[in-house]
Design a protein around this ligand. Structure first.
Ligand SMILES: [Zn+2]
Length: 147
């Protein structure tokens, strides 16, 4: 990274922050030669391929609003949902892929949601995995009990 003031090729990072939506990394840099500071933004967009074939940027808010519906009436706090959104995003980003299937997003939600609340998990799984009868619920409940 060149210093924009004196073109010195060597600058040092003095602070790194991730934006609230998780889309950008903001770095505060300092030039050791002229002592000036400047900010750089690095964005890495994770794309989600929908079942329809449409592609859209990954949205942590969408994950949270999808999960929130399954959490109605459950003792789940807003910060639990935020934390879950963060876990899902970290999980997906750690795979190092530029784009992922929307099904993968759903799958990445299941585990942290199961840890958070079993009832919400069952609700979410029943929609996401298209539960069609009682057997599907029984199977999911058996899996929960085996843990
Ligand atoms: Zn400089």
């Amino acid at each position: 990274m060149h210093c924009p003031f004196c073109q010195n090729p060597d600058t040092k990072v003095v602070d790194t922050r991730i934006s609230d939506d998780g889309h950008a990394i903001r770095r505060r840099r300092e030039c050791p030669k002229c002592g000036k500071r400047f900010t750089t933004m690095e964005t890495s967009t994770l794309l989600v391929v929908k079942r329809s074939g449409n592609v859209e940027p990954f949205s942590r808010d969408k994950v949270i609003s999808g999960v929130r519906k399954a959490c109605q009436g459950r003792p789940i706090r807003e910060e639990d949902l935020k934390m879950l959104g963060q876990r899902v995003e970290e999980d997906l980003r750690s795979r190092g892929l530029a784009q992922i299937e929307s099904d993968e997003v759903g799958r990445a939600i299941l585990k942290p949601l199961r840890d958070l609340d079993e009832v919400a998990y069952l609700r979410f799984a029943s929609v996401y995995q298209n539960f069609s009868n009682l057997k599907d619920f029984e199977k999911a409940i058996e899996e929960l009990k085996e843990r």
